[in-house]
Design a protein around this ligand. Structure first.
Ligand SMILES: Cc1cc2nc3c(=O)[nH]c(=O)nc-3n(C[C@H](O)[C@H](O)[C@H](O)COP(=O)(O)O)c2cc1C
Length: 201
């Protein structure tokens, strides 16, 4: 399954997302799993940044970050999030919206354990989203973390872990050279299953 039939959309959008992810990953794109993440701060402000998609199944879309960062505080305030994957060379975009939960500790631990040591130390050293005086201060914090965990595995910091965005709305956009693009939106039904609508481009 590489092309989506927007006149007869598949019943299961999860498999369709997985298909497009697989195509993106095998098309030699740089960062095929980079996605924009939009969040709402507790005061109602919006913010947006790039994160990497690290898991996707019927439970939702997973990424990892510092839970004390701006996005972490926003997500932990209980507001929903929106994600956007865009593959320019494939003329494709996927938008996902839904409520957010923490990935459980065992899953976050397993992911963290597989990261390069430098990234693990960075997770301890960086007070993500907080002001930092200069590069030297950052490097000193990394060196301190390196000393602290010298000769031992670096454990996952308690403030670092995964978030899962539930799949409440999933929109597929396929660009077409005639500029009459295809769109379809899947909305999760309370009783299970999906409402599917073709949208005007
Ligand atoms: C390609 C790319 C991938 C990124 N992936 C992540 C990621 O997976 N997790 C993360 O915390 N930050 C990631 N970042 C950095 C974020 O975009 C952002 O600068 C950082 O998380 C702080 O965001 P915040 O202050 O809005 O919380 C990535 C940036 C780029 C450009």
């Amino acid at each position: 399954m590489t092309d989506m039939d927007f006149d007869n959309p598949p019943a299961d959008p999860v498999a369709q997302v997985q298909c497009w992810l697989e195509v993106a990953a095998t098309t030699a794109l740089i960062n095929p799993h980079a996605m924009s993440l939009a969040t709402v701060d507790p005061d109602g402000s919006l913010s947006l940044r790039t994160v990497l998609l690290k898991g996707f199944d019927e439970r939702g879309a997973v990424f990892y970050t510092n839970r004390r960062s701006r996005k972490g505080v926003a997500l932990d305030s209980g507001s929903p999030a929106a994600l956007l994957l865009h593959w320019d060379s494939l003329l494709r975009q996927i938008c996902i919206e839904g409520s957010v939960s923490h990935v459980d500790d065992a899953e976050s631990d397993a992911y963290f354990a597989g990261r390069p040591r430098g990234a693990q130390l960075g997770a301890w050293a960086s007070r993500q989203s907080q002001p930092v005086e200069n590069r030297a201060a950052l490097e000193a914090a990394v060196a301190e973390a390196a000393r602290r965990f010298e000769g031992a595995p670096v454990p996952r910091p308690p403030h670092w872990g995964g978030y899962r965005v539930a799949l409440q709305r999933i929109e597929f956009w396929q660009g077409r050279l005639d500029r009459v693009h295809d769109r379809a939106i899947y909305t999760r039904l309370d009783q299970g299953g999906w409402a599917i609508q073709r949208l005007s481009p």
